[in-house]
Write a protein of this length. Structure first.
Ligand SMILES: *[C@@H]1O[C@H](CO)[C@@H](O)[C@H](O)[C@H]1NC(C)=O
Ligand SMILES: *[C@@H]1O[C@H](CO)[C@@H](O)[C@H](O)[C@H]1NC(C)=O
Ligand SMILES: *[C@@H]1O[C@H](CO)[C@@H](O)[C@H](O)[C@H]1NC(C)=O
Ligand SMILES: *[C@@H]1O[C@H](CO)[C@@H](O)[C@H](O)[C@H]1NC(C)=O
Ligand SMILES: *[C@@H]1O[C@H](CO)[C@@H](O)[C@H](O)[C@H]1NC(C)=O
Ligand SMILES: *[C@@H]1O[C@H](CO)[C@@H](O)[C@H](O)[C@H]1NC(C)=O
Length: 526
C-alpha cells in the first residue's frame, strides 16, 4: 500500500512538472569567427519630442541616469543613446526657445502618448545631453523630412555647440553619428514627400542635405563623428525599392556619403497601429525571433561588402508604441533578450530598443505618468518613474557580456523549439552562458513544465569547470507587467538602483539544471 502511494505520488509529480532532458554541447573555447559582443549591445533609441523628460532640464533626472549607470557598472560601458526618431522630422530650431516647444495631437485609447507633430528646440535642448552618464556615445537625429535645409543646418550647429561645451567634453560624452531623416521609405505614405517618392530621389535629397550638414558639423574622413545611413522602416532586401543595397546602387556612398560609416535599419515584429495586438507567445517564440532577424542577412552582407558597420538603430516588439498585455510584460523581456543576443550572430553590432514616455514597450518610464499606457484612462494615483520588465533583458545581457570589453558570444545549437542558449567568452575562454525558455506561461496555463539541460563540454585539452552558479529571472506569469526578480533582486525601486538580496544557486555542473516555462538563467562557470 505504501509503495503504491509512493508510485502514485511519483506519477502525479511527473505529470505536473514534465521534465524533458536536453543535451547541450558548450564549446570551452571561442574561435576567431565567434562574434564579438559590445557591452552596449542593448542600447536605447529615444523619441525626441520629450527628450528633456529623460535627461532633465536644469538638473539631471537621477532616475534615468541611474538606470543607465547600472548598466555601465556591469560592463564598464553605458548604453549608446540615439535621440530623434519620428520626432526628428518634425523638429525645427529657434534660438530663443527654452528647451523645446511641442504641439501634441489628442491622445486616444490606442495611442495614449502620441508623438508631437511640431517640435521647436533651442540650444538648451541639445545641451541637456550633458546629463547622460560619462562616456556615453550619442546619435542625434536632424530633420530631413521637412525638406528645409536651414532647419537641418541650424540643428546641426546647435548639436555641435553642445558637444564642444566643456561639460560634455569633460564627461567624455561623444557624438558618434548624425542621422538625417527617420524612415524615409515612409515619407511617401506620411505626407513628407510625394506618393511616388523613390529611393533614388531620397539619395539625391540626402546628398544635398549632407553637403550642408557635413560642413556645418565639420565632418571629415578623420573626424570622430560620422553619418548614420539609411534608417529605413522596412526593406525590399533587393536593389529595387528601399534597402541599403538599393541606396548603394543609387550612389548613397558618393561625395558626402563617404562620411557614412554605419548603416542602420529599423525592425518591429508586427504592429499595433490599428489597435490589434499580437499574441505574446508569437513574440517570444524562438523561430519567429530568428525569422524577424535573418531576413536582414542580404542587407547586412551588402553593408559589409562596402566596409560599413551595421546596427538596428530602432527596434522593439510591436510598432506604434507596443501592444497592451504583450509589449509591457515579462514575456517581452525574454523576447528582448533572445532577440538582442541572436542579432549578434548576424554581426549586428548594436540593437537600439526604442523608448518613449508612456510607450507600452518602453523598458524605462523616466517620469511620473498620470494616464494608463495601455488605454489612456486616468490612473487612480500618479505612477512614479519605474522600469518595465524589458529592462531586465538589458541587465542580463550586460552581466553575461561582463567587463572585459572584448567578449565573444556564440549561439548554442539546442535541439528544442523553446530553448535558446548562448555561451559567452572572455579572452577566448568560456565564462558564462544564458538560457531562455520561451514557452509563455500564461494566466490560463494550468501546469508549468520544465526542461532539464545537461551541459556537455566539447573535448578539449582544457580542464572542464566543475561548478556553476545559476542566477534566475523569476517571473510569475508571462503577462506580468511587474514583480519580476533577477537573482532575487529587483530594479523596481524608487531610484532605479537594484534592491533586495542576491540569491543564486551553486551546484556541480554534472547535475545540469532545470529551466521552467517563461524563465531565463545565467550560468557562470568557475
Ligand atoms: C500542460 O498544459 C498544457 C497547456 O498549457 C497542455 O498542453 C499540456 O498537455 C499540459 N501537460 C500536462 C502534463 O498536464
Ligand atoms: C510649429 O511651432 C512653431 C513654434 O511654436 C511655430 O512657429 C510654427 O509655425 C509651427 N509649425 C507648424 C507647421 O505648425
Ligand atoms: C548650403 O550650401 C550651399 C553651398 O555651399 C550654400 O549656398 C547654402 O547657403 C547652404 N544652405 C544653408 C541653409 O546653409
Ligand atoms: C525653414 O526653417 C527655418 C529655420 O527655422 C525657418 O525660418 C523657415 O521659415 C523654414 N522654412 C519653411 C518653408 O518652413
Ligand atoms: C511624382 O508626382 C508628382 C505629383 O505629386 C509629379 O509632379 C511628378 O512628376 C511625379 N514624378 C514622377 C517621377 O513620376
Ligand atoms: C516576426 O515575429 C512575429 C511575431 O511577433 C511573427 O508573427 C512574424 O511572422 C515574424 N516575421 C518573420 C519574418 O519571421
Amino acid at each position: 500500500m505504501a509503495r503504491f502511494s509512493a508510485l502514485k505520488i511519483y506519477v502525479l509529480a511527473s505529470i505536473l512538472s514534465t521534465v524533458h532532458a536536453v543535451d547541450v554541447s558548450v564549446p570551452l573555447l571561442a574561435g576567431p569567427s565567434t562574434p564579438k559582443v559590445s557591452g552596449s549591445l542593448i542600447s536605447l533609441s529615444i523619441e525626441g519630442d520629450r527628450w528633456t523628460d529623460w535627461t532633465g532640464t536644469t538638473s539631471r533626472n537621477n532616475f534615468f541616469f541611474n538606470t543607465l549607470d547600472n548598466l555601465k557598472q556591469i560592463t564598464r560601458e553605458p548604453p549608446h543613446i540615439r535621440i530623434g526618431a519620428n520626432s526628428e522630422d518634425h523638429t525645427n530650431f529657434r534660438q530663443d526657445t527654452h528647451f523645446a516647444q511641442t504641439v501634441f495631437p489628442p491622445y486616444t485609447p490606442v495611442v495614449p502618448y502620441p508623438e508631437a507633430t511640431n517640435i521647436t528646440v533651442g540650444d538648451s535642448y541639445y545641451a541637456t545631453t550633458r546629463f547622460l552618464p560619462p562616456d556615453t556615445h550619442v546619435t542625434w537625429g536632424v530633420n530631413l523630412g521637412s525638406n528645409n535645409i536651414t532647419a537641418a543646418v541650424l540643428e546641426t550647429r546647435s548639436i555641435v555647440k553642445a558637444f564642444s561645451s566643456p561639460e560634455i567634453k569633460r564627461a567624455g560624452i561623444v557624438l558618434d553619428y548624425l542621422e538625417m531623416g527617420n524612415e524615409p521609405d515612409l515619407y511617401k505614405n506620411n505626407g513628407l514627400r510625394a506618393k511616388n517618392y523613390t529611393s533614388a530621389q531620397w539619395v539625391d535629397d540626402w546628398l544635398r542635405f549632407a553637403r550642408n550638414v557635413s560642413a556645418a558639423a565639420g565632418l571629415s574622413p578623420t573626424s570622430h563623428t560620422k553619418f548614420l545611413g539609411a534608417s529605413f522602416a522596412g526593406s525590399s532586401h533587393t536593389t529595387t525599392g528601399f534597402s541599403p543595397q538599393a541606396a548603394f546602387a543609387a550612389g548613397l556612398l558618393t561625395g558626402p556619403g563617404k562620411l557614412i560609416s554605419t548603416i542602420s535599419q529599423h525592425r518591429y515584429s508586427g504592429s499595433f497601429c490599428a489597435g490589434n495586438g499580437g499574441l505574446l507567445q508569437d513574440l517570444m517564440t524562438k523561430s519567429t525571433i530568428r525569422g524577424n532577424l535573418t531576413i536582414f542577412v542580404p542587407d547586412i552582407q551588402a553593408t559589409f561588402a562596402q566596409g560599413l558597420d551595421y546596427i538596428l538603430g530602432e527596434t522593439n516588439s510591436y510598432a506604434c508604441h507596443g501592444a497592451p498585455g504583450v509589449s509591457n510584460t515579462a514575456g517581452a523581456a525574454l523576447w528582448a533578450l533572445d532577440y538582442a543576443l541572436f542579432a549578434t550572430q548576424l554581426k549586428i553590432s548594436r540593437v537600439f530598443f526604442h523608448v518613449g514616455v508612456g510607450f507600452k514597450y518602453s523598458m524605462i518610464q523616466p517620469v511620473t505618468l498620470t494616464r494608463s499606457t495601455l488605454d489612456g484612462s486616468p490612473l487612480p494615483a500618479p505612477l512614479p518613474p519605474h522600469v518595465q520588465p524589458q529592462y531586465y533583458a538589458a541587465i542580463i545581457a550586460a552581466e553575461a557580456i561582463g567587463k572585459t570589453c572584448n567578449a565573444q558570444v556564440l549561439e548554442l545549437s539546442i535541439n528544442h523549439p523553446q530553448i535558446a542558449g548562448y555561451a559567452f567568452y572572455e579572452h577566448g575562454f568560456l565564462a558564462r552562458a544564458v538560457f531562455i525558455n520561451s514557452k509563455a506561461y500564461l494566466p490560463e496555463s494550468t501546469n508549468r513544465t520544465s526542461v532539464h539541460l545537461d551541459l556537455n563540454f566539447a573535448a578539449a585539452r582544457y580542464k572542464i569547470p566543475p561548478m556553476m552558479t545559476v542566477k534566475r529571472l523569476v517571473i510569475g506569469r508571462a503577462t506580468d507587467a511587474s514583480g519580476v526578480t533577477w537573482g532575487g533582486q529587483t530594479y523596481e525601486t524608487s531610484n532605479g538602483r537594484v534592491g533586495g538580496h542576491l540569491k543564486v544557486e551553486h551546484k556541480p555542473i554534472a547535475q545540469g539544471l532545470d529551466i521552467q516555462e517563461t524563465e531565463a538563467v545565467l550560468v557562470s562557470f568557475h
